[in-house]
Design a protein around this ligand. Structure first.
Ligand code: PRT
Ligand code: ZN
Length: 283
């Protein structure tokens, strides 16, 4: 049985659980419960605070975990990054009060910077050869400059609206992060085999993201022109419609690509186009 740690409640919880469900793994997640065992895959889910996940995986309390890369790197643990999961994207950035003069990283010398990420900030500053003082605080970092606690901050940013509403402007990116699947470096062969099975499913779900399935009707003489626009995984499916001289064509298409080819598809005679999401893709 694999033990998998996910965030109990927070920004990564729903997406982690959704990914596992899309992988066909069934388990309950009632509020207040700290663990659940799947009834159709040999995995036990542990619901934990995100800060505890890297350490538990390193110690082998959990075999694998889903957590922000920012937390893994800040903890400095010895774990394997198995997959990047494509959600929970954010950046760890240094921000100063808007209007403060900034002429590159040397402008940070001698400043007091508040952060919950002292290790990552310290590494960034020492690589840049800049000496600044790091003030570690555990939450509400963005108010530190406003109350005179620090000259600037180093915190996670996604939309940037928190910085904006606190009168701060981003000046440096320390790290680009997303949720990752991490694993212990000492898994038994049996657990490794289970992890391979899980990763196969995860890959199928991740591959399907960003792709759509396109269905359209077209006169039979347009098939070649349309096939050139919709190459699909091998070539498009072409099935006859009940109406003589017409076919339905099906293909897989990149998210963005649809809008670049839609006019050419119409011009080639395509009509009744449907674009639907793909749940899994095994290539
Ligand atoms: O309770 P627990 O300890 O488990 O959770 P937590 O409160 O420590 O973490 P949580 O749920 O807030 O975040 C979990 C993970 O989500 C982080 O470690 C990141 O990997 C990822 N993530 C992605 C973010 C953000 N985006 C994010 N925007 N984590 C935090 N923020 C915060 C940021 O700290 C700031 O306060 O959101 C604010 C900025 O957001 P914007 O949109 O205004 O820029
Ligand atoms: Zn946390």
């Amino acid at each position: 049985m694999l033990r998998l740690a996910v965030q109990k409640s927070g920004r990564l919880s729903d997406k982690s659980i959704d990914l596992l469900h899309r992988c066909g793994i069934r388990f309950s997640h009632p509020k207040g419960r700290l663990r659940a065992v799947s009834d159709n895959f040999p995995v036990e889910i542990l619901y934990l605070r995100d800060d505890d996940i890297p350490g538990y995986v390193e110690d082998g309390v959990a075999d694998i975990g889903m957590v922000g890369e920012n937390v893994v790197l800040e903890k400095g643990v010895q774990v394997e990054t198995i997959r990047r999961l494509g959600f929970g994207r954010c950046r760890l950035a240094i921000a100063l009060p808007k209007g403060d003069a900034y002429e590159g990283v040397t402008s940070l010398a001698g400043r007091h910077i508040a952060t919950s990420y002292p290790r990552l900030l310290g590494d960034f500053l020492s690589k840049a050869g800049v000496e600044a003082s790091i003030h570690e605080i555990s939450g509400s970092v963005e108010i530190a400059p406003g109350i005179g606690l620090a000259d600037g901050i180093c915190d996670l940013v996604s939309t940037g609206s928190t910085l904006l509403s606190n009168g701060l402007a981003e000046v440096e990116t320390v790290l680009k992060s997303e949720a990752v699947l991490v694993g212990s470096r000492s898994l038994s062969d049996e657990k490794k085999a289970l992890l391979d099975r899980l990763c196969f499913r995860v890959d199928s779900v991740l591959k399907a993201r960003g792709y759509h399935y396109v269905l359209l009707n077209a006169p039979i003489e347009s098939v070649d022109r349309i096939a050139a626009l919709l190459p699909g995984m091998r070539s498009p499916t072409v099935v006859p419609l009940a109406e003589e001289g017409w076919v339905s064509m099906h293909s897989v298409l990149d998210d963005d690509a649809f809008w670049t080819v839609v006019d050419q598809l119409k011009e080639a005679g395509a009509e009744g186009m449907l674009v639907v999401p793909i749940d899994k893709m095994v290539i």
